[in-house]
Design a binder for this molecule. Structure first.
Ligand code: TPP
Length: 559
């Protein structure tokens, strides 16, 4: 195999990825991956984003694929570089994100013989990929060029079809890794624009009688889904039938006249939860994060039906009695108007209790989450970190028909790679992207900030800095005082102004909600990456959440 063979094959491979519809790829530096990197970069229809850290590259690709819904390729050199992509691959597997990993490897004669930077890369990501393929080395002739074109199409369509997810192609590459001079034409006459292999997925199976639940006390529970249009469709169906809609903001369905935004607080009140037991639950998408919602669903004796186009099994309490492998569609049904009114009235009372308790001046964690949901419009993307930000967004965001698209790494619930994933979303989004993140998650992926200057990408980062993991104060471990602070809460005392300076980002420290609003607006308008730091206190944050819950419960008891 000569360098000409390598580059002819890889050029054909990248050409097919672009024909299939690929728009973004991520590269990271190395020697062995040179032919893949150069081939991607020289493919004009694919925008290649360069990263220093493979972990950042992987999560950036996940963010871009989540936002665009299209497969994104990520390439890396051999050895631990490929292992650094594992967290992103795992997130992509769980969150159904089409990711195409192109790892470079040593050829067979250099494996297990002490050659440098060589590890076993075969099936490196185990069952977290839909497909692994060892590409092999070969001469570029008419047959192998045809084959590599079909391989690229197969990788692309495998990643996106059915239940989307990651695929991994491992490319053993022989030296020389650089080609001096032009790559000759390959004689395959690929002048039309269509991919070598077209792909047509079958339509989802028709939904039969089970889409029409019995009339009466019905609720719809909507969680994260990968279809940006699904939320509006679900809300329309709920509105036509007058069904209370308990929708996680990640579903895009927290909208419309039947939305019950504050189910997390409502269902903490035993009287309310008991009196609002439905006869029928329609679940769609992933299960929302809310613990009270999960516990309530687990304790119902109602019939529960789950719709998911990919047939994903989200039922930790084994209460779903019917699964339909299709998006939620159906016909309006008859429901009891008093049923909806009672949910809506309670939701309104809780909303008032929230507003009264969190006020409108001091930017506490709940108030920041609630306000971002109000300030950002439908053009914007709100990327939300795991830990308290995603919980606060679920608990406090109001229902809104023209709110932002909400994204999060909720496949595996990691706090890792969040900054990079948000930058990836910014690469693929047309409107502004705002990241809501805690300080530990930001510190974890601080290197992700490099994308700001190196890649010229704008991101508005609203940092809730409570100097440690505030979430752990809500857990029983908070009582283990001998180890809690140092080993669980992990305060770090970092001054993020230094990080902002290192990565050439702006830093703002608003004191009031008005100043925060102005800072977010200015950052979005400037199109530059800004870290907007809001200082909070972990202990006070716990107390505030308790006060909100108490106020909500009191309001419910008097409704
Ligand atoms: C990769 C990874 N490591 C560890 C965890 C466990 N974990 C969950 S939340 C959290 C702390 C997050 O703190 P921060 O980002 O500051 O948010 P806060 O809890 O203050 O809202 C940790 C370490 C995780 N989810 N993912």
């Amino acid at each position: 195999m000569t360098a000409t063979d390598t580059y002819l094959l890889l050029r054909a491979f990248c050409d097919e990825l672009a024909r299939c519809g690929m728009e973004h790829a991520c590269t990271s530096p190395g020697s062995r991956c040179t032919p893949i990197v150069l081939s991607l970069v020289r493919e004009p229809r694919i925008r290649s984003w360069s990263h220093v850290d493979e972990r950042c590259a992987g999560f950036f690709a996940v963010g871009a694929a989540k936002r665009s819904g299209r497969p994104v390729a990520v390439t890396c050199t051999s050895g631990t570089a490929a292992a650094n992509l594992a967290p992103a691959v795992i997130e992509a597997w769980h969150a159904r994100v089409p990711l195409i990993v192109l790892s470079a490897d040593r050829p067979a004669e250099l494996r297990e013989v002490g050659a440098g930077q060589t590890i076993d890369q075969l099936k490196l990501y185990g069952d977290a990929v839909k497909w692994f393929f060892e590409v092999g080395v070969d001469a570029a002739d008419e047959r192998t060029l045809r084959w590599i074109r079909t391989l690229a199409c197969r990788a692309y369509w495998t990643a996106i079809s059915g239940r989307p997810g990651p695929v991994h192609l491992n490319f053993p590459l022989r030296e020389p890794l650089v080609l001096d001079g032009e790559i000759p034409g390959d004689g395959t006459g690929r002048d039309r624009e269509q991919p070598y292999v077209m792909f047509d997925a079958p339509l989802p199976p028709p939904v039969t009688r089970s889409a029409q639940p019995p009339s009466g006390r019905i609720v719809i529970v909507a969680g994260q889904n990968r279809d940006p249009g699904a939320g509006a469709r679900i809300a329309r169906l709920a509105a036509e039938s007058g069904i209370p809609l308990l929708a996680d903001p990640l579903s895009g369905a927290r909208r419309g006249p039947t939305a019950v935004a504050h189910y997390d607080l409502l269902l903490r009140e035993p009287g309310f939860a008991g009196a609002h037991r439905p006869q029928f639950v329609i679940r769609t998408g992933d299960l929302p994060t809310s613990k009270p919602l999960r516990a309530w669903l687990a304790g119902l004796d109602a019939a529960q039906i789950a719709f998911d186009p990919d047939g994903v099994w989200h039922d930790p309490d084994s209460v779903v009695g019917m699964r339909i492998q299709a998006p939620l569609v159906g016909h309006p049904v008859q429901t009891d108007p008093q049923w909806l009114d009672s949910w809506r009235a309670a939701d309104g009372a809780v909303a008032e209790a929230i507003e009264r308790t969190i006020g409108s001046e001091t930017p506490s964690e709940p108030l920041v989450a609630r306000s971002l949901g109000r300030w950002l419009d439908a053009r914007a993307t709100l990327f939300v970190a795991s830990s308290m930000p995603i919980r606060d967004v679920e608990e406090f965001l109001s229902a809104r028909d023209d709110g932002p698209r909400v994204l999060s790494n909720r496949g595996a619930n990691g706090i890792d790679g969040t900054v990079s994933a948000a930058f990836g979303a910014a690469a693929a989004a047309e409107g502004p992207v705002v990241l809501l993140i805690g300080d530990v998650a930001l510190a974890h992926d601080i290197g992700g900030l490099m994308a700001a200057r190196r890649l010229g990408l704008p991101l508005t980062i609203v940092l809730l800095n409570n100097d440690g993991g505030g979430i752990f104060h809500f857990l029983p471990v908070a009582g283990q005082t001998d180890a809690f602070e140092q080993h669980v809460a992990t305060p770090h005392g970092l001054n993020f102004a230094h990080a902002a300076a290192l990565y050439d980002c702006r830093l703002e420290r608003p004191e009031t909600l008005d100043e925060l609003k102005a800072a977010v607006g200015a950052s979005v308008a400037a199109g530059a990456t800004t870290v907007i730091e809001v200082r909070t206190d972990r202990v006070e944050n716990l107390a505030l959440h308790r006060r909100v819950a108490d106020a909500a419960l009191a309001a419910l008891r008097t409704t």
